[in-house]
Design a binder for this molecule. Structure first.
Ligand code: PLP
Length: 412
């Protein structure tokens, strides 16, 4: 009899029967408050009726129309719709299926457009699990252990993770930018760097928001050195942070934006957005894949954009995010095991540390397990997996946030 890989063993096994909004229901009829949203994917909640209807209608018309052979309506419509929400000037799109594929697409484009091979990534960044994306990931050795050699030419610079350094944000930002300048001064070939790849909020790395000064510093250095600024908005896009894009908080101009996760409410879809001029430098044949820009995924994405606009989900993420962060902070203040509580919008993390300030993975994971046993699903993140993160769907209500905070208070 075939069995699932042991890698698919969950801390608290739940076999889901169906999902509705912020809830999952298991095969025994038990209800779970889902503050994981499929790792930030089901932004409109599980099985939003409008997303379901759009997908069902599309399935009856066309499931797959390979985009290098034929074009289909949902892809054209989605492209037009995204034009209305993307940063000005990023008017050319290319689609694939997963976040990692979008990262690789942006890597290829950056290299082709600049003629330079190397990239600079930031400590604690997560960009995926394909080999190139894993090579650019520094949020934990678990993502790249045991399958070397990784891609060469990846330089790592600090991210302003103030709590980790034990500094205030201003000092951490100053340090990060100075170290970046030091990196440029000491690289043998600084003019071989094609791009910066950075997340507006470190996701897997521990829910650490960037800030305006840091992002302005990256833009300035990108312009100075002829480098592209690639913003990985895979987790932070589509309202997750309480603004449409994570980088809207920081007033920065990207050259390439990566999209996935919340884009299609659970259907696999990702993409890269750049200017027409930049995108025209991609070499024919180098981008694409059999399933990229799937018709059903694109129809679901159009419905997702409708739901985000009609139900005011960006504003809801901001309001419920403040409620969640404030509540988690109050709980954190009363608990010696929680060293820091931080976040942006509906990305909220509580970092567990021991009395002497060391990462406390054991307590974080015990808290996650205890919450799951009480019907609240959470995730951990951070290099040491000592940050418990809350990432509910953007449709979460004030009552559901209170319910989750009630369970969290009891657990910690
Ligand atoms: N980039 C970021 C910021 C992510 O959070 C993730 C996934 O968590 C990825 C890339 C990779 O996406 P995927 O797992 O769809 O390949």
């Amino acid at each position: 009899m075939a069995q699932l890989s042991p890698l698919l063993k969950q801390a608290t096994p739940v076999v889901v029967d169906h999902g509705e909004g912020t809830y999952l229901f298991d095969s025994e009829g038990r209800r779970h408050l889902d503050f994981t949203a499929g790792i930030g994917v089901t932004s409109t909640g599980h099985c939003h009726p409008k997303v379901v209807a759009a997908a069902q209608e599309q399935i009856g018309k066309l499931i797959h129309g390979q985009y290098t052979t034929v074009m289909h309506k949902p892809l054209l419509e989605l492209t037009e719709r995204l034009g209305g929400v993307l940063p000005p000037g990023l008017d050319s799109l290319f689609f694939s299926n997963s976040g990692s594929e979008a990262v690789e697409a942006a890597l290829r484009l950056s290299r082709q457009a600049t003629g330079r091979p190397n990239v600079i990534v930031f400590q604690g960044g997560f960009h995926g699990r394909t080999v190139a994306a894993a090579s650019m990931t520094t949020s934990g050795t678990r993502f790249s252990a045991g399958f070397s050699p990784l891609m060469s030419g990846v330089h790592v610079a600090p991210f302003p993770y103030a709590y980790h350094y034990g500094w205030d944000e201003k000092t951490a930002t100053k340090f990060a930018l100075r170290e970046l300048d030091y990196l440029f001064a000491t690289l043998t070939a600084p003019n071989e760097v094609a791009a910066f790849f950075v997340e507006p909020v470190l996701g897997e790395g521990g829910y650490v928001p960037a800030n305006t000064e840091f992002m302005a510093g990256l833009r300035e250095r990108a312009d100075k050195h002829g480098i592209l600024l690639v913003l990985d908005e895979v987790q932070t896009g589509f309202g997750r942070t309480g603004k449409f894009w994570g980088h809207d908080h920081f007033d920065v101009r990207p050259d390439i934006v990566l999209i996935a996760k919340g884009l299609a409410s659970g259907f696999p879809l990702s993409g890269i957005a750049a200017s027409q001029e930049l995108m025209s430098k991609a070499w024919p044949g180098s981008q694409g894949g059999t399933y990229g820009g799937n018709a059903v995924s694109c129809a679901a994405a159009c419905a997702t954009l409708d739901v985000i606009a009609e139900e005011g989900l960006v504003a809801n993420a901001a309001e419920r995010g403040t409620q969640l962060l404030d509540g988690a902070r109050l709980i954190g203040d009363k608990n010696a095991a929680i060293g820091d509580v931080r976040g942006l919008g509906l990305l909220v993390g509580s970092e567990f540390t021991t009395a002497d300030g060391e990462p406390d993975t054991v307590t974080a994971q015990a808290a996650q397990k205890a919450a799951a046993e009480r019907g609240l699903l959470l995730l951990t993140c951070g290099a040491w997996m000592n940050v418990v993160r809350m990432i509910p769907p953007l449709v979460v209500t004030a009552e559901q946030v209170d319910e989750a905070l009630g369970i969290w208070a009891e657990v910690v």
